[in-house]
Ligand binder design. Structure first.
Ligand code: ADP
Ligand code: MG
Length: 721
C-alpha cells in the first residue's frame, strides 16, 4: 500500500516543542476568563453579584453584564482575540459556534472594538439548520444563544489568531431548549432542590448548593492519517465498514497500560498542554485494551462545566492528532472484533459544606445520610432503567453495548460486596423497634465504617459504585455526556423527592423518629427495587437469564431503547421537575430517531459504494489473474489447482448478490416516512444486509492479492504507530 510508504517516511510535522521552558502546570487556565481573572478585573460588587449566580444559582442580575462584557473584551484583546463566538451544543451532540468580530466601523473610516453586555448575554445564530424536532417552524427560524454564566469563557488559539469563546445555551424564540446544555442546568437545579430536603432532615440547613459532579473517562483510537484518508468509511462514518480481523489482535493483553509509543506520547503531552490552558484538569492517560486505543480522563468538575469541557476534550484530541499526522477516532466501534470505546461517566453530588454526598464517611451518622442518597440512586436506576438505556442509545453505541465486551444492554448496579452486605441487612430489617439485637440499625447500632474504595472492581457492570461515586459505563465514546447527566440528575431528584416526602411524613418534624423512618424507607426501597443490584459477570449468559427472571429490561438496540423517551412516566418525570417539557422531549425523540436512521443510511451508501468501486473491482482483477493463469497453464499442459479460483468466483457472486439485496432493502427503508418504523427497518433489515456485504468482502480480503487490495488493513491501521 502506498499509505505504508507514507507512514514509514513520516516525520512529525509539528516541531518538537520544549515543554520544559514553560511547565504545563503554569499554563493551567492561561486561556480562561477564570474566577481570579474576574476578581482582578471586575468592580467588587459586580464580581460578588456574578459569583452569587455561579455559586448559589441565584438569578443573573443583567446590569452586571455590561461590566463583565467590557472586562472580557479587554482581556480577550490582550490575548490577541479579534472575534468572539457564542459556543453552543445543538442536539446533534456536537459543538457549534458563531463567530463575530469585535470590530465595528465607527463611521469615520476606522473601526473600534466593541462588545456590550447585550452581545454577551444574547446571540442570534441562524438556527434554522440545527435540528429542532418540529419545535421551530421555518417561519420562526430564530434561535437564541444565551450566556451561560456558570461555565467560564475561554480563548481558542489558532496560528492565525485567537477567538474569545463564550459558552451558551441555545433556545428557540419561545424559550424551548434546542440544545444539550439547557437541560443539564435545569436538572442540576432540580437535584439541588430535592437534595436540600434530605439534608434538612439531617439538620443541615446552611443552604449550600448541592451540585452534581462528573468525571468522564474518554477512550479513543489513534490511526495514521494516511490510512484514515485512504478509508472512505473512517472518513465519513467514523468506523470501518470492512476489514478482516488481524492475525494478531488484543489476545496477548499486551497493550493495556503498556508503554506509550513515542509519537503518541508526544501527541498526549501537547493535548494535555492545550487542555490545561483551557482549564481542563486532565489527570490520567494510558493505553487501553485494544492496540491503538488510549484513554484520557480529567478530574471531576461540576456537571455543567464537565459537559462543556468534555466537548472541548474531543475537539482538542482531534485537532492535536492532526498535527502529529494521526487521526483520533472517537467512534464507539471503529474496528469490528476489536475492543470498542466508551466514556465512563463518573457521577456524584455534593456541596461545599457537606462534601461528597456519596462518600460513605467514617461514622454511622454519616453512613445513614449516605445510605439514603445511595438508596435513592438504587431506586432511581431501577425505576428508570429504560430511560438510562435510551440516553446512551445511538447507531454507533449499538455496536458496543451488549456486544459482549462493553457493559451489556441490561442496566444493573454493581455495589461491591461490602455495600451489598449492608443493603442486604437493611432489606431484611423491619422497623427499628422490632429489630432483634445484632441486626443493623442505622445510626444507632454501630455500622461498620463503610469501605471508601470498594476493593473489588467489576468491569462488566453498566452502573458501578466505585468507592464514592457511581460510574455510568454504558455511555459511548462519541456521545455528549449531557444526556446521561440530565437523566441521572433528574431520576435521582425524583427519587430524593420520594425519599424526602416519606421521611417528612414519617417523622412529622420529630427528628428522634428519623432513624426508624430511614430504616423503613430503605427496607422498602430494597424490597421493591433491590433487584437492580447485581455484582456478578454482566457478560455471562446466566445473567441474561437471571435478569429476565428479575424483570429487568434488555433493550438491545437503539430502535428498542429510544421509544422509552415516549413513556408516560418519563414525560411526567421531566415535566414535573421542569427539566424538559413534553414538546422538548418529543422533539428530542424525533431527532434521535432521525439521527439513528441517517447514520445507518450514510453507512449503507458507503457500503454500497465501497463494495462496488473498491472491493468488487479488486476482486475481479485477482479473479481474472487467477483465471488467466489457469487457462495459460492448462494450454501448456500443466495442471493448476482451481480451488482458489472457485472460491473467488463463489465469493464474488455472493458479494454481488449481497450488494443487490442491500440496495433493495435500503430503498425500502428510504420509502418509509414514520421515523419509528424507519428505525426498525434500519435496525432489523438494513444492518443485517450491510453485514452480509461485509461478510463476503472480508472473506475476499483473505484471498485477493495484497498489492491489489484497495484499503489499508486492520493490521496496518492498528499496529503501525
Ligand atoms: P478508573 O479508570 O479506575 O475508573 P480513573 O482515574 O481513570 O479511574 O477515573 C476516575 C474518574 O472519576 C476521574 O475522572 C475522577 O475525577 C472521577 N471522580 C472522582 N471522584 C468523583 C466524584 N465525586 N464525582 C464525579 N467524578 C469523580
Ligand atoms: Mg478508567
Amino acid at each position: 500500500m502506498a499509505a505504508i510508504a507514507a507512514v514509514t517516511n513520516y516525520k512529525p510535522s509539528a516541531p518538537a516543542m520544549n515543554f520544559l521552558e514553560t511547565p504545563t502546570q503554569e499554563l493551567f487556565c492561561a486561556n480562561v476568563f477564570s474566577k481570579s481573572v474576574m476578581k482582578d478585573r471586575l468592580p467588587k460588587p459586580i464580581f460578588k453579584s456574578l459569583m452569587k449566580t455561579i455559586e448559589t444559582g441565584e438569578k443573573l442580575d443583567t446590569t452586571v453584564a455590561d461590566y463583565v462584557a467590557s472586562a472580557m473584551k479587554d482581556w480577550a484583546i490582550e490575548k490577541g482575540a479579534t472575534h468572539y463566538a457564542h459556543v453552543f451544543y445543538p442536539l446533534t451532540g456536537f459543538t457549534a459556534e458563531k463567530h463575530d468580530s469585535f470590530l465595528s466601523p465607527d463611521g469615520s473610516g476606522s473601526a473600534i472594538a466593541e462588545f456590550s453586555g447585550s452581545q454577551l448575554i444574547q446571540g442570534e445564530p441562524d438556527g434554522s439548520s440545527f435540528p429542532s424536532g418540529g419545535i421551530r417552524q421555518t417561519f420562526e427560524a430564530r434561535g437564541y444563544t444565551a450566556w451561560d454564566v456558570t461555565s467560564p469563557a475561554y480563548i481558542m488559539e489558532n496560528p492565525n489568531g485567537t477567538t474569545l469563546c463564550i459558552p451558551t445555551a441555545f433556545v428557540s424564540w419561545t424559550g424551548e431548549a434546542l440544545d444539550k446544555k439547557t437541560p443539564v442546568l435545569r436538572s442540576m437545579q432540580a437535584l439541588n432542590k430535592q437534595a436540600q430536603r434530605i439534608l434538612a432532615l439531617f439538620g443541615h440547613t446552611d443552604g449550600a448548593m448541592v451540585s452534581s459532579t462528573a468525571g468522564p473517562e474518554q477512550e479513543y483510537f489513534l490511526v495514521d492519517r494516511n490510512f484514515y484518508f485512504a478509508r472512505p468509511d473512517l472518513l465519513n462514518a467514523g468506523r470501518t465498514l470492512f476489514g478482516a480481523k488481524p492475525p494478531k489482535g488484543q489476545e496477548f493483553d499486551d497493550h493495556y497500560f503498556g508503554a506509550i509509543p513515542d509519537r503518541v506520547l508526544a501527541f498526549m503531552l501537547e493535548t494535555e498542554r492545550e487542555l490545561f490552558k483551557l482549564g481542563i484538569p486532565v489527570k490520567t492517560r494510558h493505553n487501553e485494551v485494544a492496540p491503538g486505543q488510549y484513554e484520557i480522563a480529567p478530574m471531576f468538575e461540576f456537571a455543567n462545566v464537565a459537559t462543556d469541557h468534555q466537548q472541548l476534550v474531543m475537539i482538542t484530541l482531534k485537532r492535536v492528532a492532526e498535527k502529529y499526522g494521526m487521526a483520533c477516532l472517537t467512534h464507539e466501534k471503529p474496528f469490528a472484533g476489536v475492543n470498542g470505546s466508551g466514556k465512563h461517566v463518573n457521577w456524584s453530588m455534593g456541596s461545599s459544606s457537606q462534601g461528597n454526598l456519596l462518600d460513605p464517611g467514617e461514622t454511622p451518622h454519616e453512613n445513614a445520610q449516605f445510605l439514603v442518597f445511595c438508596g435513592a440512586v438504587i431506586r432511581a436506576v431501577h425505576k428508570f432503567q429504560g430511560l438510562l438505556r435510551a440516553v446512551v442509545a445511538s447507531a454507533s453505541n449499538d455496536h458496543r453495548l451488549g456486544a459482549n465486551e462493553a457493559p451489556p444492554a441490561i442496566i444493573s448496579i454493581f455495589l461491591g460486596d461490602q455495600l451489598t452486605h449492608v443493603f442486604d441487612q437493611i432489606k431484611q430489617g423491619g422497623a427499628s423497634s422490632s429489630l432483634p439485637k445484632g441486626t443493623l440499625e442505622i445510626g444507632a447500632d454501630v455500622l461498620p465504617p463503610l469501605p471508601k474504595d470498594a476493593g473489588d472492581r467489576n468491569r462488566t457492570s453498566p452502573f458501578a459504585f466505585t468507592g464514592n461515586r457511581f460510574e455510568f459505563r454504558a455511555v459511548g465514546s462519541n456521545q455528549s455526556i449531557a444526556g446521561p447527566l440530565v437523566a441521572m440528575n433528574t431520576i435521582v431528584a425524583e427519587s430524593l423527592d420520594y425519599c424526602a416526602t416519606k421521611l417528612e411524613e414519617a417523622t412529622g418534624g420529630d427528628s428522634s423518629k428519623l432513624n426508624g423512618a430511614i430504616q423503613k424507607l430503605l427496607t422498602d426501597i430494597m424490597n421493591e427495587y433491590g433487584s437492580i443490584v447485581f455484582n456478578g459477570d454482566g457478560y455471562s449468559e446466566e445473567w441474561h437469564q437471571e435478569a429476565e427472571k428479575r424483570g429487568l429490561l434488555n433493550l438491545k438496540t437503539t430502535a428498542d431503547a429510544l421509544p422509552f423517551l415516549d413513556k408516560p412516566e418519563v414525560k411526567e418525570l421531566f415535566t414535573k421537575y421542569g427539566v424538559l417539557s413534553e414538546r422538548e422531549l418529543e422533539s428530542r425523540l424525533e431527532i434521535y430517531l432521525e439521527q439513528y436512521c441517517k447514520s445507518i443510511s450514510v453507512e449503507t451508501n458507503l457500503t454500497i459504494e465501497m463494495a462496488r468501486t473498491m472491493i468488487f473491482p479488486a476482486s475481479i482483477r485477482y479473479q481474472n489473474e487467477l483465471a488467466a493463469t489457469c487457462a495459460n497453464l492448462q494450454a501448456l499442459g500443466y495442471e493448476f489447482d482451481k480451488d482458489t479460483l472457485d472460491t473467488m468466483t463463489t465469493l464474488v457472486k455472493s458479494l454481488q448478490d449481497s450488494i443487490a439485496a442491500l440496495v433493495s432493502v435500503a430503498a425500502k427503508s428510504d420509502a418509509i416516512e414514520c421515523w419509528h418504523e424507519k428505525a426498525n427497518c434500519c435496525c432489523y433489515e438494513v444492518l443485517p444486509a450491510m453485514n452480509e456485504v461485509r461478510k463476503y468482502a472480508d472473506e475476499l480480503e483473505g484471498y485477493v492479492a495484497d498489492d491489489l487490495w484497495p484499503l489499508p488493513t486492520y493490521q496496518e491501521m492498528l499496529f503501525i504507530r
